[in-house]
Design a protein around this ligand. Sequence first.
Ligand code: PBG
Length: 347
Amino acid sequence: MAPITGKAKVERLRPAAAERLDLAVRPRRNRKAEWSRRIAAENVLTVDDLVWPVFVCDGENKREAIPSMPGVERHSVDEIVRVAEYAVKLKIPALAIFPNTRRELRDERGSEALNPDNLACRALRAIKKEFPGLGLVADVALDPYTSHGHDGVIAGDRVLNDESVAILVDQALVLTEAGADVVAPSDMMDGRVGAIRKGLDEHGFVDTQILSYAAKYASAFYGPFRDAVGTNATLTGDKRTYQMDYANGDEALREAALDVEQGADMLMVKPGLPYLDIVWRVKEAFGLPTLVYQVSGEYASIMAAAQNGWIDGDKAMIETLTGFKRAGADAILTYFAPRVAEKLTKL
Ligand code: PBG
């Protein structure tokens, strides 16, 4: 066959169909160079968008690896203060504190949750003393304190709503007294936001914010967190009688509406990536500060794939976090917080 030259060559490279294209609008023009993509970007992730969830354990000078969460550790109280110092240095606005309560302190009613000297309270006090300007979010739920791993008290296989709420109010008070700026009920009992608001106000804590886990789904993605706080070992059954069914979207709006009515200052959707539609709808409907929790299983999935060389972990991290911003989230609870802040904050 003769070599293709001249006109024949051009025709070969620009087939007839392409010649008929007459495009005034070419979306690719704005993507043609890095500078142009930066100008056109609609959402930008900043360090102000981050809340860093951290785990506390007993002991001194102690850090324990959590195998299902590569790069995440539990820290003893003295160590968690150093974590807080690092958060301040990175300009991360807030930490969320999660205790791994010693097994022998867990009982049927989660009594340790009301001990003003429990692990969470000791951590809150120690951090607040050294870094009063760092926001501290404390989880309100009984699961790290109960022998059965449920977020409330039980009778047989039922998780009791109203009895649990009464205890959660006291837990919120104990955490606030210890230094929590924000209490975050993650238990999904009905009526807890209003009851907690009333309890806080009656005790003069009118400025303590409530970050309600308004739409918290019964999810397979909490597995590594339950390793971190020791509830995989304790949990009997599942949490589907109180956490939401992932088939439902309208129900999330009803849940959020109830929490707003009852005095929630901020709303949270959890987990993150499978629920971007819920983030969008909740933000649109209520316009409150809307947070999303990129939960442990999401973190672990990205880390595991990255460690296998199957995806670029840092890129996947930024992509998912920017996706939350695009969906309308005002802030993100993420175990990637220090790693992404290291990239975003020039030390
Ligand atoms: C418990 C609680 C859970 C998480 C935060 N608070 C787990 C659960 O409901 O079992 C999950 C966070 C994560 O997976 O990162 N009230």
